[in-house]
Write a protein of this length. Structure first.
Length: 166
C-alpha cells in the first residue's frame, strides 16, 4: 500500500518539488540534485516472489538505505548484496509513530565506513516544519563480510575488486 499519497496506489511518490510523480522520475530528479534516497518500510519488508529483482531495482533507483520494521530474510541479504544498507526501527518507533509525510530529511550517522554488524546507529529526522527527532536504528548488516560487500558497493563490485588485485 502506498502510504505517501492518499488514495493513490502503485509506483508514485512525491518529487523534490513536493508534487506527485512516478517513483522513477522522482529518483532521477533526486539523483540529479545529489540527494541520496532512503526507503521507509513496514513489517517483513521485501516479502514476495521477486526479491532479487526488487533489490536490484532499489539499487538502480539510487536508494542507499532501507529503514523498515523488519525484513524478509532473503531480501535483506539481497539488499546487502546490491550495496543497499538495511536498517530496522527500534524502541517502538515505526513509520506510523514517527509521522512520516514525505517532506522529511533523514540523516543516518556512520555511513562513511563506521558501520558495525548489528550496531545501533543514530538517525536524525528533520520534519518539513523544521523540528527534529533523533532515534536509534539497528544496522541489519549482520556479518563483517557483509560490511565489506556494502563498502564496495555490493557483492559484484567486491568480487571484481578482489579479482583485479590478484
Amino acid at each position: 500500500k502506498n502510504e505517501m499519497l492518499d488514495g493513490v496506489e502503485g509506483g508514485y511518490t512525491l518529487g523534490p518539488d513536493g508534487a506527485q510523480t512516478s517513483i522513477f522520475e522522482a529518483s532521477m530528479d533526486f539523483q540529479a540534485a545529489g540527494t541520496p534516497l532512503i526507503v521507509i518500510g513496514g513489517i517483513e519488508y521485501g516479502a514476495g516472489s521477486s526479491r532479487d529483482w526488487a533489490a536490484k531495482g532499489t539499487n538502480l533507483l539510487g536508494v542507499k538505505a532501507v529503514i523498515a520494521e523488519s525484513f524478509e530474510r532473503i531480501h535483506r541479504s539481497n539488499l546487502v548484496g546490491m550495496g543497499v544498507i538495511p536498517f530496522e526501527f527500534t524502541g517502538g518507533d515505526n513509520r506510523k509513530t514517527l509521522g512520516f509525510k514525505g517532506d522529511e530529511v533523514i540523516s543516518i550517522d556512520g555511513l562513511e565506513g563506521d558501520l558495525k554488524p548489528l550496531s545501533l546507529v543514530p538517525c536524525t529526522i528533520t520534519y518539513g516544519d523544521g523540528t527534529t527527532k533523533t532515534i536509534q536504528i539497528k544496522c541489519r548488516i549482520d556479518t563483517e563480510v557483509e560490511i565489506e560487500y556494502v563498502e564496495n558497493g555490493g557483492v559484484l563490485h567486491y568480487v571484481l575488486r578482489n579479482l583485479a588485485k590478484a
